[in-house]
Design a protein around this ligand. Structure first.
Ligand code: THU
Length: 132
């Protein structure tokens, strides 16, 4: 369960870290925040590249940071954009590796938006259980 305090903190972290996005080509800044099993928050931003296809999304930056820090299970996700946009398909798939049907908070720069869940965003997904 994610408490209201954790939800608020996660959204605030995504909104705050979004300021650090490196998005000079699209000008679409994205901040992501992951709530990990021990209550820690791990953040990420999109990092664009002059070779456009090498851009990495904020959600996948956050996942990489979390795994490198020794975390595994994701309890909730917040994504902050200009317009409370939804995560791309690649990020949905990468998040499902480390999360169940967790809450996903999609917010704008003021922290307003909508709540959904990861399996709502990516139903019938491919997962590690299909490799056994
Ligand atoms: N972007 C993300 O960071 N996350 C998503 O889920 C969708 C797209 C970034 C990639 C690129 O830097 C910018 O948004 C425009 O596509």
């Amino acid at each position: 369960m994610v408490s209201q305090e954790q939800r608020t903190a996660l959204i605030e972290a995504a909104v705050a870290v979004r300021e650090r996005a490196y998005a000079p080509y699209s000008n679409y800044q994205v901040g992501a925040a992951l709530l990990m099993a021990d209550g820690s928050i791990v953040t990420g931003v999109n990092v664009e590249n002059s070779s456009y296809g090498l851009t990495i999304c904020a959600e996948r930056t956050a996942v990489g940071k979390a795994i490198a820090a020794g975390y595994r299970r994701i309890l909730a996700v917040a994504v902050a954009t200009d317009n409370a946009g939804s995560p791309c398909g690649a990020c949905r798939q990468v998040l499902t590796e480390f999360a169940g049907d967790v809450p996903v908070y999609l917010v704008d720069g003021a922290g307003n938006g909508r709540d959904t869940t990861l399996y709502t965003l990516l139903p019938d997904h491919f997962g590690p259980e299909q490799l056994t």
